[in-house]
Design a protein around this ligand. Structure first.
Ligand SMILES: [Zn+2]
Length: 219
């Protein structure tokens, strides 16, 4: 199941193009579903319709009710409010960071009953992103993670973040993917230029995960 982060009422971070995070999340999930619809061996679901108002837990409960094999939550990142500078772009407000920020992060929760599988999938996705030259944020970051988060894998930017609501409420392997920083001009351009490639690498990681699960069953 794909979970596109945020709702119309709470559309998430504002980016350098004057667009909210929700739009980036929805666009990538649309692309993922379009790619997987060509592959009859996958059944895809959305945790919510794009215009639906829904709680974080309900997103995961829906995945639990249909016994989804995997829960992947898609988000795009911002920085702390004090590092944000607002400006006007073609009549609308846009936001940019004063410090360069590039790269993705992956989050898993130990309160999710399937943390081992979640970590396996996170690592598989990190490897697939590396193939297209995409690096994690943590690989170059010297700052330590915020309270409640632990860095598990620096190269693939995997953090343990136990209290993330969508991850802990899900009964299947669950991952939250912060694809990149929409408040950073450079990262925003990279994200726009590579969206289809990112979707393709997520699909490859889904295949990796499924093959690994199947090989586990036969051994
Ligand atoms: Zn978000």
């Amino acid at each position: 199941m794909f979970d596109s982060g945020h709702t119309n009422r709470e559309p998430g971070a504002l980016g350098v193009q004057g667009e909210f995070e929700k739009k980036y999340n929805d666009t990538l999930v649309d692309e993922l579903i379009a790619l997987l619809n060509r592959d009859e061996s996958f059944r895809t679901y959305r945790s919510a319709e794009p215009d639906e108002e829904i709680s974080l837990e309900e997103r995961s409960f829906r995945a639990n009710r249909i016994s989804a094999d995997l829960f992947l939550s898609i988000h795009h990142n911002s920085v702390n409010e004090e590092k944000i500078e607002y400006f006007s772009l073609e009549g609308r407000t846009a936001a940019r960071t004063r410090e360069d920020r590039q790269g993705y992060s992956l989050y898993i929760s130990a309160k999710n009953p399937r943390i081992t599988d979640s970590l396996w999938f996170a690592t598989a996705l990190g490897k697939r992103l590396e193939e297209i030259g995409r690096e994690s944020y943590s690989i170059h970051s010297k700052s330590s993670p915020p309270a409640g988060q632990q860095l598990m894998n620096k190269r693939y930017g995997i953090f343990q973040y136990d209290n993330l609501a969508v991850l802990k409420a899900a009964s299947m392997p669950a991952l939250l993917f912060e694809v990149g920083f929409i408040v950073d001009e450079k990262d925003d351009i990279w994200l726009r230029q590579h969206r289809t490639e990112i979707a393709g690498q997520i699909v490859r990681a889904l295949h990796d995960f499924r093959e690994w699960k199947l090989s586990e069953k036969t051994h």
